[in-house]
Design a protein around this ligand. Structure first.
Ligand SMILES: Cc1cc2nc3c(=O)[nH]c(=O)nc-3n(C[C@H](O)[C@H](O)[C@H](O)COP(=O)(O)OP(=O)(O)OC[C@H]3O[C@@H](n4cnc5c(N)ncnc54)[C@H](O)[C@@H]3O)c2cc1C
Length: 548
């Protein structure tokens, strides 16, 4: 994207329209439409899609997983993922570019990792890659207590079973472990140590956070055996060295190894509908890596699993309801959306050495879970090596990860006197997805001050940790954004406890959209995966051979 600002970018895109239009029209006209039938279609390959594909594949069911993004293979010293210090087209998904006749126009559209979806009052950062959020997430994996879980989830879900069977199953699949002291005591992890000391001094509990990371990779980096990826915070945009048990190399790999699961990358679902005979129709654009449509596919299936992530699952369903593609969708669809209370801060203090480069992604966190109304967790994360030039206001790509990136680049980032602090927690604020006939788009609406109570408590805690000389910038005050979109097809409201959409035989929601707008002061992935594991146990038992 270089040094274009958004206006210049859109201007050049518009200028390219006339040049591109003749060939694009020809391209769109020639993209063939094919039809096929599948036993099970899963839309999306993140946590929900990965768990669903594996458990159905193991049950002997043929599954086709449709994923709009590309594969991102790693290996020691790979150059697969972009670097925060030199962002390029691999960061942003091609949906950010204007489309004309099936072709993305402008400079360098690409099937990059992230798509920020701007709503009214909130920007939801969504992933776009095989493995979903597991490639770009930090990997914090937390299990709520029974008290917190029961306050949010329907009583029909037995916490004892979740804690005995499903959370441990996910922990094993993702090889969860905490960082070893041998690593934490190195200069690269000074910021983690300072955070822990100051949080304890402020009277807060501190603990190591479970991560899906083989920390021996980080130690190998420090011995000079691999280029830095963990140990300089660069892994915020994907870990080039590997060693991260993301969904592509765990759930999806094992799913494909069953011989029953196919993952179709660069397959963007544009519409879902129910046919007159009750089967499901899935309209898909197969694209190249620039987003140009190579083929239109219409796939018919008796079982459709929506795992496109909260925002995209709900958008597809709300649109289908508004357009009459699916009639009789349950009341409450599109409602109950929550942000998990995400608050992303930059903490800087010229008087404190926080180290640079900063190793990551995350080592320590502090839970404050006693009061279910304002239960929250705060953590320190390595600040990605954003330089003033990499996150300059003239680039839009870093905004895919952190919409306030250009503004924070003017702070002390990279000087050894700044790091990132993140808080999240229980919040009663809820937004909704609404179809707007004027724009023909599904829009996300977030109430002003929806997270005000939890945001206030997180700020108090972070202020106590930063101390009187610390400067805290809440990026949510600049651009209110979340990495943790949840709900919209809420469990017990729109879906039953196993994700079956009420009154819609063969239609399931199995991803973040199923959550009750919160994952109880915990990062979402573990609870999403555990709830979907629970659902699949029962779906395999009761629905395979009947519905499926
Ligand atoms: C920067 C960042 C950091 C995060 N850090 C953490 C963390 O530390 N711990 C944690 O637990 N969570 C974290 N999260 C959140 C976590 O990644 C998500 O909660 C989780 O990935 C959601 O899982 P999911 O199954 O709902 O869907 P996702 O993982 O979002 O997967 C959905 C998939 O569907 C695909 N898709 C979407 N639309 C279509 C379509 N139309 N056609 C085809 N495919 C489609 C997407 O490309 C994506 O791959 C983070 C998220 C971000 C963005």
């Amino acid at each position: 994207m270089g040094k274009l600002n958004r206006r210049q970018f859109l201007g050049s895109a518009a200028a390219a329209v006339s040049a591109a239009s003749a060939s694009s029209a020809a391209q769109a006209a020639t993209a063939p439409t094919t039809t096929s039938t599948e036993r099970v279609v899963v839309i999306g390959s993140g946590f929900g899609g990965g768990v669903s594909a594996l458990r159905l594949g193991q049950a002997g069911v043929k599954v086709l997983v449709l994923e709009r993004g590309r594969w991102w293979p790693t290996g020691p010293n790979a150059e697969t993922f972009p670097h925060a210090a030199s962002p390029d087209r691999r960061i942003g998904f091609y949906n950010l570019w204007p489309e004309l006749f099936g072709k993305r126009i402008g400079i360098n559209p690409y099937a990059g990792l992230l798509e920020p979806v701007s709503g009214d009052g909130i920007t939801a950062v969504t992933p776009a890659c095989v493995g979903g959020g597991s490639l770009v997430y930090q990997g914090m994996s937390m299990q709520p207590t029974e008290a917190l879980f029961s306050a949010a989830f329907p009583a029909g879900i037995d916490y004892e079973e979740m804690a005995r069977v499903f959370y441990p199953r996910v922990a094993k699949m993702l090889n969860l472990q905490t960082a070893p002291d041998e690593l934490i005591n190195t200069p690269n992890y000074l910021a983690a140590r300072v955070f822990a000391q100051r949080a304890q001094a402020a009277g807060f509990d501190v603990e190591k956070i479970n991560m899906p990371i083989d920390w021996r990779y980080a130690l190998a980096e420090l011995r000079g055996e691999m280029k830095p990826s963990y140990t300089n915070g660069d892994g915020a945009l994907g870990v080039n060295n590997g060693g991260k048990s993301s969904v592509d190399v765990t759930y999806l790999k094992q799913a494909m190894d069953t011989g029953n699961v196919t993952v179709a990358a660069l397959h963007n679902v544009t519409r879902v509908a129910r046919a007159a005979n009750g089967q499901w129709k899935v309209y898909v654009d197969r694209t190249d890596e620039t987003g140009t449509v190579l083929e239109h596919k219409v796939i018919t299936t008796q079982t459709l699993i929506m795992s496109a992530g909260t925002v995209n699952t709900v958008k597809l369903l709300v649109r289908a309801g508004a357009k009459g593609d699916i009639t009789g969708l349950p009341a409450g669809l599109g409602e109950g959306y929550g942000t998990n209370g995400d608050q992303i801060y930059v903490w800087s203090d010229q008087g404190i050495d926080l180290g640079a480069p900063q190793g990551g992604p995350v080592v320590y966190g502090s839970r404050e879970w006693d009061n279910p109304q304002i239960a929250n967790t705060v953590i320190q994360a390595s600040i990605p090596p954003l330089s003033k030039s990499s996150a300059s206001p003239n680039t839009i790509l870093p905004k895919a990860l952190l919409p306030a990136a250009p503004q924070i680049a003017t702070t002390d980032v990279g000087t050894g006197h700044a790091t990132m602090l993140v808080g999240y927690g229980v919040s009663a604020g809820r937004g909704k997805f609404v179809y707007n006939p004027l724009t023909d788009k599904v829009e996300l609406k977030w109430p002003k001050a929806g997270d005000a109570t939890i945001a206030k408590r997180i700020k108090e805690r972070l202020s106590a940790i930063a101390g009187p000389t610390g400067k805290l910038i809440n990026t949510n005050d600049i651009v209110n954004s979340t990495w943790h979109s949840l709900g919209g097809a809420n469990i017990g409201v729109v879906c039953d406890l196993e994700g079956r959409v009420k009154g819609q035989k063969g239609l399931y929601v199995l991803d973040g959209a199923l959550m009750p707008g919160t994952t109880c002061a915990c990062n979402p992935s573990m609870t999403i995966a555990a709830i979907v594991e629970r659902a699949l146990d029962r779906i395999v038992r009761h629905d395979v051979g009947t519905v499926i």
